[in-house]
Design a protein around this ligand. Structure first.
Ligand SMILES: *Cc1c(COP(=O)(O)O)cnc(C)c1O
Length: 350
């Protein structure tokens, strides 16, 4: 007898990961181009020595450290196997079948997957012509069945951010029992002071959950650590639905060591921010439309030329992330990698 999969799984979108091509530079996954710091690698190695033992299921030390770092009660924190896992846990903890999850499109490609996998209904709201979240339209999209609204700030893949005034006006329109998830995976790259720190807003609203990750600024994408900060009851629910032991001991140790060396990591983020400024300026001078980015990547809304552009970049030994019919996202690499990319962009004829 064949096994009976869910009927609706055929509609599940596939997460398209940035490709790794031998001999080519990878600017496709918004990673930092530098490896983890030596002290972080040493911490990973020490943790590996106890690899026969299960990790701390409650992630106690890292949670306490994050609580101290952000000045919040540890009860408000849930650490997960990357913030993408926490996106799924949020849906599991909050949505009954048919409940609605609202998010912008395009935005983070995990949102439709976790919504559908969690039996929720994905409600997408197009970005504005300027490639920014249309917060008015998102507030309009909320119904009595809406449980969660994801606001990716800055937005992946467009790099655009909403400012404090716009976000506060939006929050004033969201019913108090609807959770607003501020996905701040790129917070460390934000340079515009008008873009609010979600944690400051979360201190004032008990329907906000902020997601942060160690995958980008902290250079630990391969280790898988992210965290949520929200109301204590929500954090407890997120821990409750988690896969037990999802955050490995090397991952916990690496995150702690990264926090010990945060200043150094943030200095390198500033380098990525200046590369983004350079990419934006040069690409615009080459004739490309480039929305202003507050993240470590730029967005080229090339629409039906997206795949051809990515193909051309690959011929020039640069892997970028194309979204067919929409555009191309390019991560800031080292200066040499960016030079290689900009030369390729300059010679694109399609
Ligand atoms: C990269 C990214 C994350 C981080 O995911 P992890 O699972 O922590 O690696 C979360 N949200 C967005 C929008 C991202 O781009």
């Amino acid at each position: 007898m064949p096994v009976r999969l869910r009927d609706d799984l055929a509609a599940l979108p596939t997460y398209v990961a940035g490709r790794t091509v031998p001999g080519a530079v990878k600017l496709a996954s918004n990673e930092m181009p530098l490896p983890p710091l030596p002290a972080v690698r040493a911490a990973i190695e020490r943790a590996a020595e106890a690899g026969n033992r299960y990790p701390d299921i409650a992630v106690t030390t890292l949670t306490a450290r994050l609580a101290e770092h952000h000045g919040v009660d540890p009860a408000r924190i849930a650490v997960g196997c990357g913030s993408v896992a926490l996106c799924g846990q949020l849906v599991q903890a909050m949505c009954a079948p048919g409940d609605e999850v609202v998010f912008a499109w395009r935005s983070f490609e995990a949102y439709p997957i976790v919504a559908l996998a969690g039996h929720a209904q994905a409600v997408t709201v197009p970005l504005t012509a300027g490639h920014v979240h249309d917060l008015d339209a998102m507030a309009d999209a909320i119904t009595p069945r809406t449980k969660i609204v994801f606001v990716c700030n800055p937005n992946n893949p467009t790099g655009t951010a909403v400012d404090e005034t716009a976000l506060r006006a939006f929050l004033a329109r969201v019913p108090s029992d609807v959770l607003v998830v501020l996905d701040e995976a790129y917070r460390e790259f934000v340079s515009d002071p008008a873009v609010p720190d979600g944690l400051a807003l979360a201190a004032e609203h008990d329907n906000i959950c902020v997601l942060r990750t160690f995958s980008k600024a902290h250079r630990l994408a391969g280790l898988r650590v992210g965290y949520a900060i929200g109301p204590a009851e929500l954090a407890a629910a997120l821990r409750g639905v988690a896969v037990p032991f999802a955050v490995s001991a090397p991952a916990q140790a690496a995150a702690l060591a990264a926090l010990d060396h945060l200043d150094e990591l943030l200095a390198d983020c500033a380098g990525a921010v200046s590369e983004v400024a350079r990419m934006t300026e040069v690409l615009r001078s080459q004739g490309y439309e480039v929305p202003p980015s507050q993240a470590n990547f730029v967005w080229l809304p090339l629409r039906d030329r997206a795949l051809a552009f990515a193909e051309h970049a690959l011929e020039n030994k640069v892997v970028v992330r194309a979204f067919d019919g929409f555009g191309v996202r390019v991560t800031a690499g080292t200066s040499e990698e960016v030079d290689l990319f900009l030369a390729a962009a300059g010679s694109f004829g399609g």
